[in-house]
Design a protein around this ligand. Structure first.
Ligand code: SAH
Length: 357
């Protein structure tokens, strides 16, 4: 059996240089190839027109593209949000979302929401991704590949288009795939690659406590989002099962430590669910929990996932929830949901079979 090949899209420039050196290929070729892969986003050796065939052939013996392929894309009629279904080399599938923000603003923002795992082991009660469990981690090149491929499609339609922000909020729990996540962040941040600033990237976690501290140390400029969803352990244990391992007190200690190390505020996500976490008492408990923390609170009326049976509270209850927190001096936004008509909103991404959905 042949050895597994390296994934070209996962390699740092320095690694590619080393590889070229080992193969007696001039070092500058590594730079050319890195630009083709990480800037232009080519999906094939053949497209690297300034790299001699002999070199491409030699390298393709030891590194592979592991092509990801866009099987399908859907565009929201409501807000233009796009969802892409990617097929990976082993026929697994993940979904990626592209959100375009207000063209009227001075600077257009195009945010890609990428997946970090096929499926997810976390089994949060309201989320579609967790329904099938975890299949496997994505390689760094497969994470970066989602950004590169979406960007390529965008450029085909509009040559000025470019991805400005990346959020690791698609399928999977990024902090349970930490090594590949880190590599993907570094690749996207690389000045010879996409050059996406750390401040333009957000990692969202349901609360893998030890990794929150790692993230603070390794990437202090990245934005951290914590999927909180409940102010008390009894409710959070049910909604976000990892809470049984890392209860609120431990999570909050990690958050304080995170802020101490990074001096950045944290975003807390809170999906409002009727009869579960949306009462006035919940709002008061939440304000007590987060009150003295440097943070921003994102409230999201829960998006529907048929199998969960969970629904949004009435508008009046949501309004009262916001009022209580705002009155307590918290910075709160009720989030604008994107792409709900194509199941592209938070928690609606899932592993799909071809032809489904
Ligand atoms: N595993 C990571 C990132 C993926 S989920 C995490 O848990 O943060 C991205 C965000 O969508 C999380 O805040 C998650 O809790 C939220 N989410 C999941 N299902 C949802 C739903 N049905 N409605 C609203 N938000 C949901």
């Amino acid at each position: 059996m042949s050895l597994p090949l390296l994934l070209l899209r996962s390699l740092y420039l320095t690694e590619l240089q080393q590889l070229c050196q080992n193969q007696a290929i001039p070092r500058f070729r590594a730079g050319q190839i890195y630009t083709w892969v990480q800037v232009k986003g080519v999906a094939d050796w053949e497209e690297m027109s300034n790299v001699p065939l002999a070199i491409r052939e030699k390298l393709s013996q030891v590194v592979e593209f592991a092509p990801v392929q866009i099987l399908r894309s859907q565009t929201s009629r409501r807000d233009g949000t796009r969802k892409y279904l990617f097929e990976l080399a082993d026929q697994q599938t993940v979904e990626t979302v592209l959100m375009l923000y207000d063209r009227a603003k001075a600077r257009d923002r195009a945010t890609v929401c990428v997946s970090t795992q096929v499926g997810c082991a976390m089994k949060c009660a309201f989320c579609a991704t967790g329904l099938t469990g975890l299949v496997r981690n994505l390689a760094a090149g497969e994470i970066v590949g989602q950004v590169l491929d979406v960007q390529r499609v965008m450029r085909r339609e509009d040559t000025d288009a470019g991805i400005t922000n990346v959020v690791f909020m698609g399928m999977g729990e990024p902090l349970q795939n930490y090594a590949n996540l880190s590599r993907a962040i570094n690749l996207l941040n690389s000045t010879q690659g996409q050059n996406i600033g750390m401040r333009r990237m957000t990692v969202s976690t349901c609360g893998v406590v030890p990794r929150i501290i790692d993230l603070a140390r390794d990437f202090p400029q990245i934005t951290l989002a914590i999927s909180l969803h409940a102010p008390r352990d009894a409710v959070r244990d049910r909604l976000v099962p990892i809470n049984r391992h890392y209860p609120l007190q431990e999570l909050m200690t990690a958050c304080r430590k995170y802020i101490e190390i990074t001096n950045k505020r944290i975003t807390f996500e809170y999906a409002l669910i009727k009869g579960v976490n949306s009462s006035a008492q919940d709002a008061r408990d939440l304000s007590a929990l987060l009150g003295n923390l440097q943070c921003h609170l994102n409230l999201i009326p829960v998006n529907s996932v048929q199998e969960t049976g969970l629904t949004r509270p009435a508008a009046a209850e949501t309004k009262e929830f916001v009022r209580i927190l705002t009155a307590a001096g918290m910075e709160v936004t009720l989030r604008e949901e994107k792409g709900t008509d194509i199941d592209a909103a938070c928690g609606q991404l899932r592993k799909r079979q071809d032809g489904e959905g």
